[in-house]
Structure formats: structure tokens, C-alpha cells
Design a protein around this ligand. Structure first.
Ligand SMILES: [Zn+2]
Length: 72
């Protein structure tokens, strides 16, 4: 996972808000939007999210909680 805990928390919050407003289209479109805004490389981030089952935006929200991924 190429993000620290603060970054991952920010990502999950961002994606959660957008998924609740617009729904998940089974891609990581909001994850990608956040990564672009933060100048985080999507290729590296995608690998990290895959590892934890975050294959689309709603799964990023469900499976990539910072406490679970990076520990307390
Ligand atoms: Zn989804």
C-alpha cells in the first residue's frame, strides 16, 4: 500500500462521499480522481488496493479501511 494512514483515510472519505452521491459503476473512477488530485501514481495505488480487495470504488470503501489495512 503506497499510502500512509492519513492519505488512505482521505481517499476512503472522498470515495465514500462520491459513491453515496453517484453510485459505484464497478470501476475505480473516484479513486482515480482522488489519486490524480493528490499526484499519487494510480498504478502503484491499484496494486495496493487489489491486495485488500478494493477492486472498485464501493469495495475500496468496504475493504480498505485504514485501521484494517495499516493497523491501529
Ligand atoms: Zn463497486
Amino acid at each position: 500500500m503506497p499510502l500512509n494512514k492519513d492519505q488512505l483515510g482521505a481517499l476512503v472519505d472522498f470515495v465514500d462521499a462520491h459513491v453515496q452521491a453517484a453510485g459505484c459503476d464497478h470501476t475505480r473512477r473516484f479513486t482515480e480522481r482522488w489519486a490524480t488530485g493528490q499526484q499519487v501514481l494510480m498504478d502503484r495505488l491499484a496494486e495496493g488496493l487489489d491486495e485488500y480487495g478494493g477492486y472498485c470504488d464501493c469495495e475500496v470503501v468496504m475493504n480498505c479501511d485504514p485501521e484494517q489495512v495499516l493497523g491501529p
